[in-house]
Write a protein of this length. Sequence first.
Lengths: 482, 482, 471, 471
Amino acid sequence: MLIFEHSSEGRRGAPQAPAEKAPLTAIPEKLLREGSAALPEVSELQAVRHYTRLSQKNFSIDTQFYPLGSCTMKYNPRACNSLAMLPGFLNAHPLTPDAQNQGFLACMHDLQSMLCEATGMAAFSLAPMAGAQGEFAGVAMIEAYHRSRGDDARKEILVPDAAHGTNPATAVMCGFTVKEIATLDNGDVDIDALKQAVGPHTAGLMLTNPSTLGVFERNIEAIAKVIHEAGGLLYYDGANLNAILGKIRPGDMGFDVIHSNLHKTFSTPHGGGGPGSGAVGVAERLRPFLPLPVVTEEDDSYRYLTAKDCPQSIGRLSAFMGNPGVLLRAYIYMRLLGREGMVRVAEFATLNANYMMAEAKRRGFTLAINDRRASHEFIITLKNEARDYHVSAMDFAKRLLDLGYHAPTTYFPLLVPECLLIEPTESEAKEALDGFMDALEQIKHEAETNPELLHAAPQTLPVKRLDEVRAAKQLDLAFKKQ
Amino acid sequence: MLIFEHSSEGRRGAPQAPAEKAPLTAIPEKLLREGSAALPEVSELQAVRHYTRLSQKNFSIDTQFYPLGSCTMKYNPRACNSLAMLPGFLNAHPLTPDAQNQGFLACMHDLQSMLCEATGMAAFSLAPMAGAQGEFAGVAMIEAYHRSRGDDARKEILVPDAAHGTNPATAVMCGFTVKEIATLDNGDVDIDALKQAVGPHTAGLMLTNPSTLGVFERNIEAIAKVIHEAGGLLYYDGANLNAILGKIRPGDMGFDVIHSNLHKTFSTPHGGGGPGSGAVGVAERLRPFLPLPVVTEEDDSYRYLTAKDCPQSIGRLSAFMGNPGVLLRAYIYMRLLGREGMVRVAEFATLNANYMMAEAKRRGFTLAINDRRASHEFIITLKNEARDYHVSAMDFAKRLLDLGYHAPTTYFPLLVPECLLIEPTESEAKEALDGFMDALEQIKHEAETNPELLHAAPQTLPVKRLDEVRAAKQLDLAFKKQ
Amino acid sequence: MPFIPHTENEITQMLETIGVDSIDDLFDEIPAHLRAGVLQAVPHSMNEMEVSRLMKQRADQNSSAICFLGAGAYEHHIPSAVWEITTRGEYYSAYTPYQAEASQGTLQLTYEYQSMMTALTAMDVSNASMYDGASSLAEAILMAVRANRKSRSRKILIPTSVNPSYRKAAHTIVNGQQVELIDVPYDSASGTVTLEQIKQQTEAHGGDITAMVLQQPNFFGCLEEVDAITDWAHDNNILVIAVINPLVMSVLNPPGKWGREDNAGADIACGDGQPLGAPMSAGGPYYGLLCCKQSLVRQIPGRIVGRTIDLDGKEGFVLTLQAREQHIRRSKATSNICTNQGLVVTASTIYMAIQGAQGLENTAAACHANNNSLVEKLIAIDGVKKAFSAPQFHETVLQLEQQPAAEVLKALMEKGILGGYNLSQDYPELGEAILVCTTEMRTEEEIDQYADAMRDVLSSGATVASLAESA
Amino acid sequence: MPFIPHTENEITQMLETIGVDSIDDLFDEIPAHLRAGVLQAVPHSMNEMEVSRLMKQRADQNSSAICFLGAGAYEHHIPSAVWEITTRGEYYSAYTPYQAEASQGTLQLTYEYQSMMTALTAMDVSNASMYDGASSLAEAILMAVRANRKSRSRKILIPTSVNPSYRKAAHTIVNGQQVELIDVPYDSASGTVTLEQIKQQTEAHGGDITAMVLQQPNFFGCLEEVDAITDWAHDNNILVIAVINPLVMSVLNPPGKWGREDNAGADIACGDGQPLGAPMSAGGPYYGLLCCKQSLVRQIPGRIVGRTIDLDGKEGFVLTLQAREQHIRRSKATSNICTNQGLVVTASTIYMAIQGAQGLENTAAACHANNNSLVEKLIAIDGVKKAFSAPQFHETVLQLEQQPAAEVLKALMEKGILGGYNLSQDYPELGEAILVCTTEMRTEEEIDQYADAMRDVLSSGATVASLAESA
Ligand SMILES: Cc1ncc(COP(=O)(O)O)c(C=O)c1O
Ligand SMILES: Cc1ncc(COP(=O)(O)O)c(C=O)c1O
């Protein structure tokens, strides 16, 4: 039932707002609204009950194992939430003069420094509000860099075919054309293809390392050399930073610019679709182009850098300072981890993934890539099951829901057929991993003996399999009162 | 699965406690513990996931209509929670000097005053930590009052047979014997029986008005006269205050001492079994006996009264000040209501109950009491259904759970066979009342046509009907590792 | 170990299963000479108690001045229920609802959000959010460029009465796509943009304009003549992009109704959702709202939730029209946006449900009344005057005739008052001018306190003293 | 209308169904002359924003001094997860779990609580909570009187080293039932009670003692000789009631293990659960823990949860042994207790799960170490000395030789330090004495700050100045 269906005309929730409507003096009639907006009219209890019950219809980290590959669904410590919501932070107006905003700015400054250290970059801007906006900022900086040198012909961005969709979409948004580079069967980039592709038109290469195939790109140094020698820059999509945190730093691999999804590696909540943060870091030569605002320290106090300080900046990406509430959560998490905790993130994320991969193999699943270490994630391909039993990766996914596990990422990366991209994260106990593998094995058995069970899944959730085609064809995007 | 079953030996949750164990210097070995307590060893994520999932197995006001008679399950406004948990309140040590505790004491003082006004009593103590402890304080004051007058023969407390179990239990705890007074079919106390029962041994009468039968005691003045003329005092069990708030005040009915369940009338949460508050109010002549602490105002500042100020006090009931967090929530609620909101509580609680009672009648249910107004609650008796279809009130209750409604109170008051005591409260919308009545009607129909459905209920909850007999016989009260 | 549940035993078992001796062996594909050393610049781990102490100290360092500052972020009362429910683990720690059947909570809520936002704006379609108001404007512009097939110019008119931060962000974001943003100066008397000026810029730029932006209330708090301008734009094949404050739309004519009935309002509406339940929080997270006409639905970027049915015919909700998005369409997507601002939308939806239309209207009206009261008191002071004549909504530009705005604001701050936004940098032509804002949160007492402080500051030369002090 | 969802329409329909003209008609059974007028002393309604402002002002009025005060309530760090989960609506707004099938969350959690509390105390059985530590002691005494059938005296020994507030509450509560509470003086050198003194009081009261109370650590922070006393009590047919701090039991010998193996520890254990996850909160809500030996299970008051099975044989949880309780047994119940402190128990259970034994141990050990550090620094100051020789745990009695305790504490408070509990009222024989407490929350810096402040106060005659000022 929709909240609108609990509505009753004339119901009033007085305790939350001024009880009376003050007159709208001095506003001409024609600028005023005619009639009230058709919002639901419910009591606070009805709203609380409705949204509390709705919440229970979600899977979430707090309630289920959620091994969604590429998404790093690790535990979001509750302390990060409660401390980021201290009144001193919540009630700060974004345009508060710096002198009155020192507590917040100090956190932001320290966060920038810690991110520099953890990634090996020279400088960071916290402005981008998600990974994709971080990519935008990074690619825009690449563009600005070339332009600043009069190197105007560089109009192409390279991406591996395993890249996330935001990579090519971003490049186009920044005015580039995109060329895809093939990936070898072993998961590494096809260096020969890369060499063929580069040239004076190459602005840069966007790379995720470990890649979305769940393996570390072993030839990263050679790749960097190819790109740099061609005059391009190297962009690091930090979505998979969790796998290598404290083990190897993108800056040390030769990347010129990176973004870090703080909502993955640094455990800020995904919130059912954001907010996130795609903080961008750069090597020294790109520093002048960083998006604003950036926080600097001077004489023991902190201030925002302005366009005056940074005339070459690509500019601002938002009205204010990105997503401070997210940034605070990441900052708190990093302080809880400390330097010793950071490296453990990579170690145990990797341990968990490799353990599950070994178990998957042992239980007869086909791996997308053989004889490699898994990074923090790995891929099972169900192409054989699909062929033999007419069950799809999606069927597996839906059946997993029935067994109380969130499904892994399906059908990504696009180049692996019928794939499940599985990322357990470091915060899950062996108990959860074993439970999940048991479920997967059970489903494999069901696929062989009773595939109908999979096709009909899920059965135990609030709804059965939903008709997505109908949704897209018979568009119903907003409630209309009959 | 128990939290203990998620435990794994050697697991450590470092971020919440000091990482190292400091030496326990200067404590003799034999006073130290041998080995660690067998608490579960789980990660914060495991604990969060376990207790989040467990929570979803509860019915609650925030998720279901919960018309539990005598319990006043009204909406607990979220503002009361968040404001009572402001750090200034949470971090206050109970023995903070009064001068440094003025903000809190001001709230408590205002709360005392508002309770006096709402109930017509001369003075209030907020010390009792639940209704039953309020009763204890009240009856102890009755005892102290008689004793202070040398009136030592008064050793008997009268209670109507419809009284809540805490009433007789309390009287006995205070050293009294208990005599039950019969109730007439129309729900009023049998005055003749009362007259017969009173005498020089009568310490007082404990009365709930409206009674637990859901009707207002119309002869309250006559009853007060009988008791007072016999030299006894009149105790008001405030569990049903919600029905008359702002409409008629216990003090004006002639009561000498009352308790108010703030966790009912004043909407502090029930918390799955408390904490509550049973603030006690007294007429002037009982003021000296009030339990401590009490807050007083002097020269624009507030302080706790001490035993020195109140030598006749019955003393203290707790180590500190009752349940301040509960008291703050009640205070906030009362400020949100204001005088105009308070009387609406009684009006709409009564409207809802009478509407449901009319609907129950219309739908063919038998009422426990006919041709009376309902107070804020009313009783259906299922004795006919029990006789004709062999279904019990408990079966109805369990089947209601299946249909998404919390069951009303069953088998209380004891004198009505197969009863459901239904209290909707003022905060429920007509939509919820109608839905519940539809469910009840459906179950009645099922009882007639398919009683097995009722016997086998519930079917849709985390467990089916539980074996209470086994629980009491094969006691399993704590997890023991095998 | 912080957030690592593994016991020694389990680690041993797992390594055995994998067939390696140590965790470090798992990293043997990483070139050894590239391996990171100790992260020296990252402090040592603190426990939760220690971090709590640190964060409380930091939070307490922030000012608790009384806020009369708006300029795009507004201090409104947020009912406690809003964030208590929003931060429930099931909303807080879920991902984007890709697995629809296991995400009906977030999906239904988002559908309800879309329904509420379209109701409030009187637009046909709403997406599930953009990052913030500024980036939402940028995406609205790109969307208009894609949508207006009859225009080839990629030229967009933006009045300078539109929030300068929004204009800057829009520049950054549309920069790569050969879109030209053309400033239209506001009228210095009214504080709004006039049809005259719009026509002039249109002609000056060759007549083919793809879209124009119109903010209501505008950055100065002034109310634009939205009807006439919308009509003119539509008559000239120009799409209209409304930038709105959604709270204020509860009482003002919403974008879907701008202009003549047959023109059916603005084509795209964007803005920041912050006033609807998001705390100011030093700048975010807020969210960008983005709505459009039905005909533009396939051009809108971002997630959209649709209602559909399951195998049993039961109602349910899914992400839909995904063919517009980067994960399907990649380089041809309507935008690169992926993660958006879901949790803030969750809060906002609960906020709107609890407030209802009447709650929003009463709140908006209280803001208006409070601001009128403040402005009246301030302009009664010598040396303070209103800059503009147009009708205002809850923000007003004041010119200070005797002292520099920067110094006045600083002196007010010393008296515990966050007195407004200094306009002299973005609008030097206004002289020493500040933008003040009053929401429903401000009491009559606080308003008086501001007026008294301002009187003090202007009369006693307090600013000079304060400058001397801080020098 | 605050928290009233009814629309005018609905009211009309409902009145029609009932068959009356107005809501007021529903009150026509109430004698008209008794009807209440307007509740003048109750202020008018405020909206949530106004109440928020008021409560924030009130909360800010409370002191934020650094707390070295214990005496029964302790400032410990509480992991954020604890109350974020505890205040979830499903726990917060549920009733006592009478309908077991619809309350498995609360019931299983309570069973887990019972399991944890018995593990911590090494007792057999725990109930689901009493109101607080003091009332729990009172109920423990009444329980002992019911349980010790071999004793007829109803006489209970209570050392004066037991928390005075607990003793007072116990007096109030057992008063009506002819139970005699006999003080046993503590030993003035050690700060603990000796077997000598116990024997002496036993003889002085005729030898038949029903039970005796023993607090560990006692009110002075001193550790009692629990083994010897327990053995002697059991040898003399006296039940032993332990009063404990449950956090401290993570490192001290727990009551279930007191005395010789064959005597199997204390018979009843009670205490306050506050240190396990409840904020100090001006005094509550906390909860009383109450545990006993298996043989006494039918005498224990309060709710108990048992594990059982459902119709399908699946594990589940119910309230059990209800025949002890008032709603069944009425005047013959073990106690009148009904509503207890469920939500605080919820918090406490989550706290214990997150901390684990090791977390509790490290916390307790940190308290001990910090207090040792504080005491060392304070007794290095002229005029401050330790009162007692017995080993201490996280609280210590200090005697002030030169200035009145009240004045010293007041002067410390002016320096932002809540310096301890003034013992001179309850224990005049100690002279000017204070009880100081240090938890894991106190930093070395704060401890130094206290020592410096104390040095200042004692040396500079600051107290005199402050007294003059405040006069
Ligand atoms: C590899 C990769 N790159 C980029 C992104 C985009 O990040 P965001 O969703 O924060 O915009 C994702 C997110 O799923 C990703 O997995
Ligand atoms: C009529 C009546 N009296 C007394 C009580 C006891 O109150 P409490 O549970 O707060 O001790 C109740 C509670 O259910 C009640 O309904």
